[in-house]
Structures are given as C-alpha cells and as structure tokens.
Design a binder for this molecule. Structure first.
Ligand SMILES: C[S@@+](CC[C@H](N)C(=O)[O-])C[C@H]1O[C@@H](n2cnc3c(N)ncnc32)[C@H](O)[C@@H]1O
Length: 360
C-alpha cells in the first residue's frame, strides 16, 4: 500500500518535534542577522527545499508557514532598508506549491515585506540554482532539508554546505534505515555506514559519519538530535561554521530534551524522564560527567581561560549555562577566581580574567 503523504494526515509526535526544533532555531537565527545595529550581511535567505504544502490534514503549520510565523512577529526587521529578507520554498509536487501559495495568502503572509521564491522543483535542480546565493560572501543563509529517507543529502551536498561562508543547515534523515538495512549495497551506496548495533545509537552514528566529511582543519560544528517514532529512530543534523550557531542550536536542543539535549527519548537508557524527574533526584549521566570533566579540566589547568571553558561546553554538546554550577561551586570553594559564572562567546575574542588558585 502506498504510504500516505505527510501533508495529508495529522503530523505525528516525531514530526511535530522536528518542526518545533526547526521553528525554535529560526527564532534564534533571525535576530543574529536582522536585529543587529550595523548590518554585516545585506541579504538574508531562508531555504526550505522540501517545503510540502504548508500544513497537515488538521491545518497544523508545516515548515514554510513556521518560517513565516517567525518573520511575521518582527515587522520592524522586514522594514529595514539596509537588509533584504527572502524565503525560498521548493517542492517537487506542483499541487503542494499551489496549496502553499494559497495558504500564505490566506494568512496574509504574502504582504509581510519579505521577498518570496515559491516554485515546484526537484531538489537537485533547485539546489544547483541556489548555490551562488548559498556560497556568496554577502548572504546569510539558513537551509532546511526535510527529505524523505536518506538519499538527497549526499556527500557533495553536505560538503558544499559546509564550505559556504555563512550558511547554517538543518537536515532530517531516516536513520532507522541503517539499523535495518545499513549493510545492504542499496543503502551503502548513499552512506557507507554499516549497521549500527544499537538502534538508539543509529542517528548518533549517522551524524558521526557526516562529521568525517568535514575537511580536516575546518572549524565546523555539527550536532545530532535523535527523534524516535515508534520503534524507529530518525533525526536532525545541524551544521554551522560559527560557534554562535552551535550555541543557539544547543539551547534549542536542551529546551526540547532536558536530560541530554539530543533526543526526544531517554537515549542513554537511564530510566529518567525529562517530564517526570526521578524521585531519588538522579541526574542524567551526561550532565554529571560534563561537570566532573569541566572541574577536573580546570584543576589540571587544561582549561585555563574563559574561551577554553566556552569551547569545552560547545564541543561537548552542552550550553555555556551548563558550566555555571561548576564555576559557582569552585568559586565558593576558593578554587577559582573570576567575576563571571557563564562563559560567553565574546571570550573567543576577549576572555575575562580567570585564575585557578595555586594548590597549598
Ligand atoms: C518530509 S516532507 C516535508 C514536509 C514539510 N517540511 C512540512 O513541514 O510539511 C518531504 C517533501 O519533499 C517533497 N519531495 C520529495 N522528494 C523530493 C525531491 N527530490 N525534490 C523536491 N521535493 C521532494 C515531497 O513532496 C514532500 O512534500
């Protein structure tokens, strides 16, 4: 029986998680480019290459309408004369594009003040046409690739996006396919990852595989978010060339998963629930391990500056605020001296004073 189209049935919980993460990231991303006093990138572009028709069967907004909802909240940004904002919506099905155009008009989003490109088109062609904007030095771009399956985000597509100067991306991938068929040639030709032993780990393994395609010596940030639907694990992969992009994505991810910041389920099988904290005040291993590593790193003087601590948080999939309890405790114990407790991104250019007390 053919699978029912995603826009012709109610979005399931996993799809809603995906869409909420995407929308929250759009909310974090827009002000970086549109709210700054002095505009650095005169063009802002948001690309949704697999946009669908705009809603599910119950009228719940899909990705394109969620982008527009976020833009509609900030009319002053769209009225600015020093920066133009363009949304690009593509889908291979022209009926979906027609429905989307109608939905946009119905909601009055067509008069927001943004520019629109809404066209039917197959991804390989629409992506090819978008390349010059994506890799331009004067554009800031956000790309959403909500593909079915696994095949559209190829090595070439991924490497192209990683090479763009100011393009963040978020893509969806059906990682469960690797748990079932990862050893089959028909799957290996797209991603030669093999078959992850633990289905819970499937999406982490997929993200690690993509990580290997980042050219050596490139500072690039990649984070997975695993999404379980029934027995299957799917997921999002986020990519940004800038630590601020990663910090913002991690803030979104931790908002959705207070245990590990990387899944809509108990990915480390600890029996903990973000909704129902444990009676015994157990804390997730990821948080306690991070806190211990941070403390040990400071004591051993491997982490000597605010910038070191900021990088340690981001590269470990933690937000800078996760460092706060450790820094506060070490201050109380007289082990470190500093006026701050949460490391800031500004520290990468100019770290605030931080000193570790000499041992007695
Ligand atoms: C997972 S759905 C996207 C749903 C959308 N993000 C939403 O929120 O409603 C994938 C969409 O991609 C379209 N699609 C599938 N293969 C495509 C391709 N090769 N090029 C462009 N669109 C494609 C499908 O028609 C479908 O609408």
């Amino acid at each position: 029986m053919p699978r029912q189209d995603i826009n012709e049935k109610p979005f399931d919980e996993g799809t809603l998680t995906k869409l909420e993460i995407f929308q929250l990231y759009v909310r974090e991303w827009l002000p970086v480019f549109l709210a700054r006093e002095k505009i650095v990138w005169p063009q802002v572009h948001l690309f949704d290459f697999f946009c669908g028709s705009g809603t599910d069967s119950k009228g719940i907004a899909g990705s394109p309408l969620r982008i527009l909802e976020e833009l509609a909240k900030q009319p002053a940004w769209l009225a600015r004369r020093d920066v133009s904002t363009t949304v690009h919506f593509f889908d291979e099905k022209s009926e979906k594009i027609d429905d989307l155009k109608a939905g946009i008009e119905q909601r009055g989003f067509n008069v927001l003040g943004a520019n629109f490109t809404i066209e039917a088109g197959e991804f390989s062609k629409t992506f090819e046409k978008a390349k010059s904007l994506l890799c331009s030095g004067s554009t800031a771009c956000l790309v959403f690739l909500d593909q079915y399956g696994i095949k559209d985000v190829s090595e070439d597509v991924f490497k192209f996006l990683v090479g763009c100067p100011c393009t963040d991306f978020l893509f969806f991938i059906s990682s469960a396919i690797f748990s079932r068929l990862g050893d089959q040639p028909c799957i290996r030709k797209y991603l030669d990852l093999g078959k992850p032993e633990d289905s819970y780990e499937a999406h982490r393994a997929v993200a690690d595989h993509f990580r290997r395609w980042i050219p050596a010596g490139t500072d690039y940030y990649l984070a997975p978010f695993s999404i379980k639907k029934g027995a299957n694990v799917y997921g999002l992969v986020f990519g940004s060339g800038h630590p601020l992009g990663m910090e913002k994505f991690l803030r979104v991810a931790w908002k959705k998963d207070q245990l590990n910041g990387e899944a809509n389920f108990d990915i480390n099988r600890e029996g903990l629930s973000a909704q129902q904290p444990s009676l015994f005040n157990e804390r997730p291993t990821k948080v306690t391990a991070f806190e211990a590593d941070l403390r040990n790193g400071i004591i051993a003087r491997r982490l000597c500056t605010e910038a070191d601590i900021y990088r340690f948080c981001i590269s470990g999939g933690m937000t800078p605020s996760h460092a706060e309890p450790v820094i506060m405790a070490m201050k109380r114990e007289g082990l470190v001296e500093c006026t701050w407790s949460v490391p800031q991104i500004k520290s990468l250019k100019d770290s605030r004073p931080f000193s570790v007390s000499p041992k007695d």
